[in-house]
Design a protein around this ligand. Sequence first.
Ligand SMILES: [Zn+2]
Length: 461
Amino acid sequence: MKTIIGLEAHIPINLVDTKLFCGCSLPDENAQPNTFTCPTCLSMPGSKPVVNKKVIEFALRLAIALNSEIQNQIIFSRKNYFYPDLPSGYQRTQYEIPLGKGGFVILNSRKKVRLRRVHIEEDPGALIHKGAYCLVDYNRSGIPLVEIVTEPDLESPEEAREFLNKLITTVNYLGIHDSQKGTIRADANISIEGNNRVEIKNITGFKEIESALFYEIARQKQELGEGKVIHQHTRGWDTNKQTTFFQRGKETEIDYSYITESDLVPIEITKELIEKVKKDIPELAHEKVQRYIKQFKLNKEDAETIASEFLLADLFEKVSKKIDPILAAKWLRRELIRVVEYNKLNLHDLEIDETHLIELLELIDKKQITERIGQKIMELLVEKPFSPKEYVKQQGIKVVSEDKELEILCKEAIEQSKKAVDDYKSGNEKALFFLSGAVMKKTKGQADIKKVNEILKKLLK
Ligand SMILES: [Zn+2]
């Protein structure tokens, strides 16, 4: 049973100075509620919106990067619905003519995910539920969003995650979105081939989007397995229970009755503007790969992995100002990513700082700690940032050579596996594999197996 998924992703364009239609700054993380507002983003009678040109330029960067067909004139429309987070009773969005039509994103499998449109809209305020009552914060009201609508080309939650990851990396690279300041939100349309589709509204954040898709696919398959019919309807996502829940049926679908926003004039997207925006686009991932290979002599694999994540590329460039780039690439790509993946984290979750990585790599480079200690420190650094130099001092970690350290590990292995030692001594050569295997495990496969066998044989004599 093939799964069919289409996404509508909303990404805040939060690297502009002001909101979409007024002069308010974008609220910072610790802002008091309703302090980043003005008559316009509170929709007071008589207030008039003025388009922030920078948002148009930033959204254009994205539409160009996503291979969308840029429209030469765009308009805004009012999407009417009544909800307390929307003081005007309508959301200003693009309906009839989006900024970009079509476009695509290519996944690692070379699969092409087609896009339907890319457009700009304003964020509503936020409702804060507190037990029996509900508060509303309009700080978010009027923050520019870019909405990316895909065709139903995605076939699994993993593909959806990869698509969103690519999208986020692109907006990070384009310099239009800071993931630390705002989160991606998405609506998802899901169906099992040959059946009706179900829409899940307003899921916040990467992990949640993936979890919601997993849940909903399993739910639909179970219903179908029981011989039930899936009716077209809309569901919500409960983050606490990690389940989707029924919101409304098709017959109660909201009628948004779009009308043109008469307070705003149509905006011309001239060739000159497109050329200017193209010139402003910063270095993108594929360009970084070429530069890393040329400038730092990285191998293609390291260069591609590092450039595929904006944050990783950023860390790498900062670290390699002080550290041999090849050593930095090796440790960031293999060790940092290994630890992050093992802990099922996202690079965006880390508080890691380049100064700590530089300290760690200096210790390794000057052979003041072994690679194995280095790996351990990396594991701790991912949990919580600290100074590796101080740590080494405090822990009294002595400088031991790799050979000396291997000897210690071999001794441990011998002490811990009496049976293998006895077997070996009574002539079973194969018992040595057990011991060397134990040592290799402790070094996470980093040690030279020949050397390990030599040391073991010497110690067992
Ligand atoms: Zn405002």
